[in-house]
Design a protein around this ligand. Structure first.
Ligand code: SIN
Ligand code: FE2
Length: 217
């Protein structure tokens, strides 16, 4: 746009890569939030520890999960759904910390989705070998709001396909601080994560943490 006018000014904005129509990868966008994010996640996990949920088909997920916000995503033999209560503690999920909400809203705005106000934040923990098979996020009440997905810790290969399961997904390496936002025509795109390679991240050690923000209700 006007970049040429400011050629001598260092560009401190995170890079922005369109990965599909309606889907953007904001590299490093969460970097400035890092310290607060990690402290907030620690507090949430103390109240609502990570657990391996079971799919309706009876398979235990390799990714361990917890939630914050007024709606938490859960799965068990009865199905996938949002629940305001943690089924383990029978207490409401920990609240969504302001720094988490702000990060999600700012990333969505940067990707062209102004006014995003998530009520759900699923926190996924991948240890080496954990993966998430291709799926659509479709347990939300309406698909007008985007999905904001924040990566922390070990790098992962994110698979981003089309609206049909059979569409060949493209592969993106997501690193600590990267944020992916998808909505509009990409809202129901199939996506997943390849098995996590082992490694030792300087801040988070042998794991990857993903935060997925959604407007569930
Ligand atoms: C998800 O689709 O819930 C997780 C995506 C990711 O871990 O990057
Ligand atoms: Fe998903």
């Amino acid at each position: 746009m006007t970049a040429d006018l400011f050629e001598s000014v260092p560009d401190v904005r995170p890079s922005r890569e369109a990965i599909a129509e309606g889907a953007v990868l904001l590299r490093g966008f969460a970097g400035p939030f890092e310290v607060e994010l990690i402290a907030d996640i620690g507090g949430i996990v103390e109240q609502a520890p990570f657990r391996h949920m079971v799919t309706p088909g009876g398979h235990q997920m390799s990714v361990a999960m917890t939630n914050c916000g007024s709606a938490g995503w859960v799965t068990d033999r009865a199905g996938y759904r949002y629940d305001g209560v943690d089924p383990e503690s029978r207490k409401p999920w920990p609240s969504m910390r302001p720094s988490l909400h702000a990060l999600a809203a700012q990333a969505a705005a940067e990707a062209g989705f102004a006014g995003f106000s998530p009520d759900a934040c699923l926190i996924n923990r991948y240890q080496p070998g954990a993966r998430m098979s291709l799926h659509q996020d479709k347990d939300e009440r309406d698909f007008g709001a985007p999905i904001v997905s924040v990566s922390l810790g070990l790098p992962a290969i994110f698979l981003f396909g089309g609206l049909q399961r059979s569409d060949k997904p493209r592969r993106f390496r997501l690193e600590h601080g990267d944020v992916v936002v998808w909505g509009g025509p990409a809202r129901l795109a199939f996506h997943g994560v390849a098995p996590l390679a082992d490694g030792d991240h300087a801040v988070l050690g042998r794991q990857r943490i993903n935060l997925t923000f959604r407007k569930a209700r």
